[in-house]
Design a protein around this ligand. Structure first.
Ligand code: SAH
Length: 391
């Protein structure tokens, strides 16, 4: 008999309407003595089954639901079936060679992330209740993909909140974790072991193509370049010169190697710099570019510091706009999920007002479709990607 979590009578309809998280203040009683990580049944106050999920009494989110089907059993086979479904969705939407194969909650596999880089897979299990299924997940991946390698990138601080250690390593036979992927006809070195997050930001894969026309014959500045993906796309699409900046020495080295790999080393240059400082200085120096591209890391994960994030976005975009020649373009991203699209656009408007420039929106996009947005699940909509003409 599995343990049962009985919800209180008066709770928001969120859970009934499909949200997979049960907060601890929504729980009335727990029947049985479920061990942390175990699968439990969740019932309404009048004993109707809401679904089954994994419990962690230590977490604010006590249960994360895996299924709402009373006949579905959560076992090895469940993960094989679910991951097959994830793969079907990617194939149907055209994300095949490289893709986020599993995007957590949006794929009804809470806190599980799996990225596919051609024949290699990188996995993150960010909660206790999904971590215990790691062997089943690896087995399923081997069965579906027969991959050349599987790597675990669980060196993520959020695991500690779940009582899990930070760790990384092979989940298959060891292999060389420095691989090369193809994207939009270009090649990129990806370091699955030491790169940021899972090694590469797949969520911008469609947005990188969006700069195609505006960079023709342009002098381009890219800040927060990481391994140079946007910048190398710009060079490939016909930019005259491209300068990319990143604070990480390692990223800059890799960006230079990527430029060489694509035969654009004579157009692209990468430098180690703190973008906040350098952009401020270059505004003072009166530098001007045809296109400026910004893709900073998330500025906050907590509501408590959202004001700081807003200030950060305003600052950096204000400087970016000042560096754009009249009629040139600013390409700007935000991956802070708490700064939702409307707010991000408001910040951009404020920055434009401050620098007294009129702006025209060319396009406004989100993350690529292999990171699907589950409507009603706010955390799944996180990336904002905006191109504006700065008049
Ligand atoms: N555009 C990249 C992803 C950028 S991730 C891509 O598409 O792959 C954000 C990057 O910003 C990281 O590489 C990080 O090293 C860098 N970064 C963080 N703070 C910075 C700062 N103050 N100045 C410059 N780069 C910074």
């Amino acid at each position: 008999m599995s343990s049962k979590v009985h919800l209180k009578r008066k709770i928001s309809p969120r859970v009934i309407n499909g949200h997979p998280w049960i907060f601890n203040n929504e729980v009335g009683t727990i029947e049985g003595d479920p061990a942390p990580g175990q699968i439990v049944e969740v019932l309404t106050h009048d004993k109707k089954l809401v679904g089954k999920g994994y419990i962690n009494p230590k977490s604010q989110i006590v249960v994360r639901l895996l299924t709402r089907d009373k006949n579905e059993v959560v076992n090895e086979d469940f993960f094989l079936r679910r991951i097959r479904e994830c793969w079907e969705y990617r194939k149907r939407t055209g994300y095949i060679e490289n893709c986020r194969l599993v995007f957590g909650e949006a794929d009804s596999l809470p806190q599980l992330i799996i990225d596919k880089f051609n024949d290699y897979l990188v996995i993150q299990t960010l909660a206790l209740g999904i971590d215990v299924w790691k062997p089943a997940i690896v087995k399923a991946l081997k069965e579906i993909f027969n991959p050349k390698g599987i790597y675990e990138r669980n060196d993520v601080p959020v695991r500690e909140l779940e009582g899990l250690p930070q760790q990384k390593g092979f989940l298959s036979e060891p292999f060389d974790p420095k691989i090369i992927i193809n994207e939009n006809g270009l090649k990129f070195h990806v370091d699955l072991e030491n790169g940021q997050k899972t090694g590469y930001f797949l969520d911008q894969q469609d947005n990188r193509r969006a700069v195609q026309h505006i960079v023709k014959n342009a002098d381009v500045l890219g800040a927060f370049t990481y391994t140079g993906t946007f910048e190398i796309h710009a060079a490939h699409y016909g930019a005259k010169s491209v300068l990319g900046l990143d604070i990480s020495e390692n990223a800059v080295q890799q960006a230079n190697r990527n430029a060489e790999l694509n035969g654009v080393a004579s157009i692209c240059r990468f430098e180690v710099a703190n973008a906040f400082d350098v952009l401020k200085q270059w505004v003072k120096d009166g530098r001007q570019y045809d296109v400026v591209m910004l893709d900073p890391p998330a500025f906050t994960k907590s509501r408590a510091t959202i004001e700081k994030a807003i200030t950060g976005y305003k600052e950096i975009n204000l400087r970016g706009m000042k560096l754009v020649k009249p009629g040139g373009f600013l390409v700007t991203s935000s991956c802070t999920s708490l700064v939702q699209a409307d707010l991000f656009l408001q910040i951009i408007d404020m920055a434009a007002k401050d620098v007294r420039r009129r702006i025209r929106q060319v396009s406004f996009q989100t993350q690529s479709g292999d990171h699907p947005i589950m409507r009603g699940l706010e955390n799944t909509q996180y990336l904002k990607f905006l191109i504006i003409q700065v008049l």
